[in-house]
Design a protein around this ligand. Structure first.
Ligand code: DGJ
Length: 393
């Protein structure tokens, strides 16, 4: 009997230690786990304000850049925020990396729209380079600009160097001569969404329309490959087609080499990673702030061809990407096959309350798989690697 009680006590004590270890924060707002979609406080005790974000790992620390959102508006009233962390759970507020401007002539004047900022580091120039989706104040989403800002320090301040459309006067590498020379114009169509119109879109109707002024650029991410070549990946052609555009060595401009991905496929929110020589991209469909089913694409080369696969999400709410929309896929430093899918659960009525849905990328038959966890930590990747020594093909 005594032995039984003793065992029970040891088990209960063990459970309570384990539970406390998970729950405890050594100091306020220190975390040891991820709780997707819950309030996530920074070191100052405020819910992290870095929406549509991306992360750069630099000299032993992760830096999370994102959109500052306020209570009633999705417009940029403050700028791009930056947080830092050495363990990915606990984040320090590093302030505003790129402030909006008070100058009404500035493209990033307070009240413009700044979305999905991403930062990369250029080892050759020693500069930190930020790209983001910029919409001009009072013009809705019609400008469809990309903006480039540069900083000498990772936390900023970043200075806007330019903004505009992409690759004016350049054809996508995967558009045929026939498609480039087609006489079909967008003004030939009275109605959108007819089968004829969709066929023309796939054939590059909007690429031709925007050829001179440059291609539209809305939802976006950046990717630096193993050879240090960087790429801008963005929703173009009125969000109907993704483009992947190669950047010059200084990451400040385009080389003019770019491809179209899934013409007419209506993809937004691109997030990309590379594992064992293969490229994986997760995107969303286009339903404004409302969630929809994620899409998965893979390629053996970043410049394609890209293959579309079924929705990588499984389980409850898989058709709504667990009520979220992709923004970035983060390789965890020092771990094999360890990637975090980062997504936003938008709250358009109270944007500052938008939540972060971070989930581990699992693999099934060589393809990424996402499933919901109420609570998880990085040790899951050891488990994955023990179960599946290599994601395989
Ligand atoms: C969906 C995009 O992914 C967001 O970044 C934002 O542009 C909203 N649409 C606006 O409706």
């Amino acid at each position: 009997m005594k032995l039984k009680i003793c065992i029970l006590w040891v088990v209960a004590f063990g459970i309570s230690i384990g539970y406390n270890k998970l729950q405890s924060r050594d100091t306020p707002n220190r975390y040891a786990f991820f709780t997707p979609a819950e309030i996530w406080k920074d070191d100052l005790g405020n819910h992290i304000n870095a929406h549509g974000g991306g992360i750069l790992y630099h000299e032993g620390k992760y830096y999370w850049f994102g959109e500052h959102k306020s209570e009633r508006s999705n417009a940029a009233l403050v700028g791009v925020t930056c947080y830092s962390s050495s363990d990915l759970y606990t984040w320090e507020n590093e302030g505003i990396a790129l402030p909006v401007s008070d100058d009404p002539e500035s493209p990033i004047v307070k009240g413009s729209t700044i979305e999905r900022p991403k930062v990369i580091y250029n080892a050759k120039t020693g500069k930190f380079v930020m790209y983001f989706h910029l919409e001009l104040q009072g013009k809705g989403y019609e400008a469809a600009h990309v903006a480039v800002a540069v900083g000498d320090r990772i936390t900023g301040p970043y200075k806007l160097v330019k903004n505009g459309r992409v690759n004016a006067g350049k054809w996508p590498m995967n558009m045929t001569e026939e498609q480039r020379d087609s006489p079909v114009k967008s003004t030939d169509f009275e109605k959108w969404w007819t089968p004829q119109w969709m066929a023309a879109i796939k054939d590059g109707l909007f690429v031709r329309r925007d050829f001179e002024g440059g291609q539209m650029s809305r939802d976006m991410t950046l990717f630096v490959d193993d050879d240090n070549k960087a790429y801008h990946i963005y929703s173009s052609e009125d969000n109907l087609t993704l483009h992947i555009a190669e950047l010059k060595d200084d990451y400040l401009d385009y080389t003019g080499r770019y491809i179209r991905v899934e013409p007419g496929g209506h993809n937004e929110a691109p997030a990309i990673f590379k594992n064992e020589g293969r490229y994986f991209m997760i995107t969303s469909g286009c339903t404004g702030w409302d969630p929809n089913a994620a899409r998965l694409l893979t390629a053996g080369h970043i410049m394609g061809p890209w293959t579309l696969h079924p929705n990588p999400c499984r389980g409850d709410d898989a058709e709504l990407t667990f009520h979220s929309q992709s923004t970035f896929i983060l390789p965890v430093q020092g771990k094999r096959n360890a990637f975090i899918f980062m997504a936003d659960r938008w709250r358009p009525q109270n944007p500052i309350d938008g939540r972060y849905v971070w989930l581990p990328v699992l693999f099934e038959n060589g393809l990424p798989l996402l499933t919901w966890f109420d609570k998880w930590d990085l040790s899951i990747f050891e488990q994955i690697n023990a179960d599946f020594p290599s994601p395989g093909r």
